[in-house]
Design a protein around this ligand. Structure first.
Ligand SMILES: Nc1ncnc2c1ncn2[C@@H]1O[C@H](COP(=O)(O)OP(=O)(O)OP(=O)(O)O)[C@@H](O)[C@H]1O
Length: 356
């Protein structure tokens, strides 16, 4: 396994001159040896480009890739000793499950008894022990993709295993099981795993560290709870969560905070000028209008989501969402409420970056 250091940018165009010419804007980051990472972001943000640069399928137009301090920028995937799992199964239909799992080890001339032991271990982890002697051809797409996952994980000596949206063809129930399974496998095998997805649930369940990307830029690298509690960028606040963070236009001025026509005391030191206040729907409290420092608003929508209520409130000309548990008093549409927007969980952003 290896530590992977990226110090690079990539443009698919010959002479990039502006940010939009880059699939990856200049970035400098490291993937620690043995970590479980997810690259998360919407379609076109550059996840696959980053993964292909790490695997060696793509040479970055600028900068370098190092594995354990060794420059591998121009090395092939084989030279980097990378295992890859793609969206669709890459297996041999005519072989049995066991033969498919053994293939990467046989190729490396691993002794037969070690192959048998490792194949048995991986099959057990993926609940495939009972299928070892079956031909792959007779299996469903789900099962074939499980073989692909197993083939990716079977070699203990790889620098890293790279997954590109590996659960796309898996049915929702099995997907849920496999996400957890992969996390467990990571703990047991201690491989460096890097997992591309546009699905936040997948990323947050699987990874210890999540790399959030938008428009060719890495906007945060952090643990799932950090992305939730302290999004470093408004994009992370908005993209992570269900629904995402409320973001209000505010202005800090001479020790007070102006929100629409309301002026509230500044809760902690803030840079002066226009800011965005971020508060997650989970932390937005509805309080009596008489409560000090609250923002008055009108309830415009109440949705029963089953395990909680989602209440939409218009306040200071902006729309905010609050997630309320079934045990709290739920206001009715049209009622006037107070919103407590200032607290430990409130974040402030200037030019989209977290400042307080
Ligand atoms: N071979 C290529 N030639 C030119 N442009 C490309 C090529 N591959 C990707 N791009 C562009 O680079 C940008 C990043 O694409 P990339 O596939 O890395 O994003 P992604 O986040 O993986 O998206 P998706 O989830 O849709 O695969 C996009 O604007 C895409 O159109």
């Amino acid at each position: 396994m290896s530590r992977i250091d990226l110090d690079l940018a990539h443009s698919y165009r010959p002479n990039p001159s502006q940010d939009s010419d880059y699939a990856l804007l200049p970035l400098k980051m490291s993937f620690e040896d043995g970590g479980a990472y997810a690259l998360l972001g919407p379609s076109g943000c550059g996840k696959t480009t980053m993964l292909n640069i790490m695997s060696g399928l793509l040479v970055p137009s600028h900068g370098s890739v190092c594995f354990d301090g060794r420059d591998v920028t121009r090395a092939t995937p084989q030279e980097r000793n990378i295992a890859q799992v793609f969206q669709f199964p890459v297996i041999y239909d005519t072989m049995t499950v066991a033969e498919n799992l053994a293939f990467p080890l046989k190729n490396r001339k691993v002794p037969a008894d070690q192959i048998r032991q490792r194949v048995g271990q991986i099959a057990e982890m993926l609940d495939m022990s009972h299928q070892l002697d079956m031909r792959a051809a007779g299996l469903s797409a789900d099962q074939k993709q499980k073989i692909s996952l197993g083939r990716g994980l079977v070699r203990p000596d790889v620098s890293a295993v790279l997954f590109d949206e590996p659960l796309t063809v898996i049915d929702p129930h099995l997907k849920w099981q496999l996400r957890r399974k992969l996390k467990q496998i990571h703990h047991e095998l201690k491989l460096t795993l890097i997992y591309v997805t546009h699905d936040q649930v997948e990323a947050l369940t699987f990874a210890d560290q999540v790399v959030v990307m938008t428009r060719g830029k890495v906007v945060q690298l952090g643990a799932p709870d950090a992305l939730f509690e302290r999004p470093a960028h408004t994009f992370v606040g908005h993209f992570i969560g269900s629904p995402g963070m409320n973001l209000l236009e505010v202005e800090a001025q001479n020790g007070s905070l102006r929100i629409g026509d309301r002026v509230l005391p500044v809760p902690r030191p803030l840079p002066e000028g226009p800011l965005r206040l971020g508060i997650r729907p989970e932390y937005l409290r509805l309080v009596p209008l008489s409560e000090q420092g609250c923002l008055p608003g009108t309830v415009t929508r109440v949705q029963d989501i089953g395990t909680y209520f989602l209440v939409t409130v218009d306040a200071a000309g902006q729309s905010l969402k609050a997630r309320l548990s079934n045990e709290t008093a739920i206001p009715s549409t049209g009622s006037l409420v107070g919103l407590q927007i200032l607290g430990d969980h409130t974040c402030f952003y200037q030019n989209e970056e977290l400042v307080a």
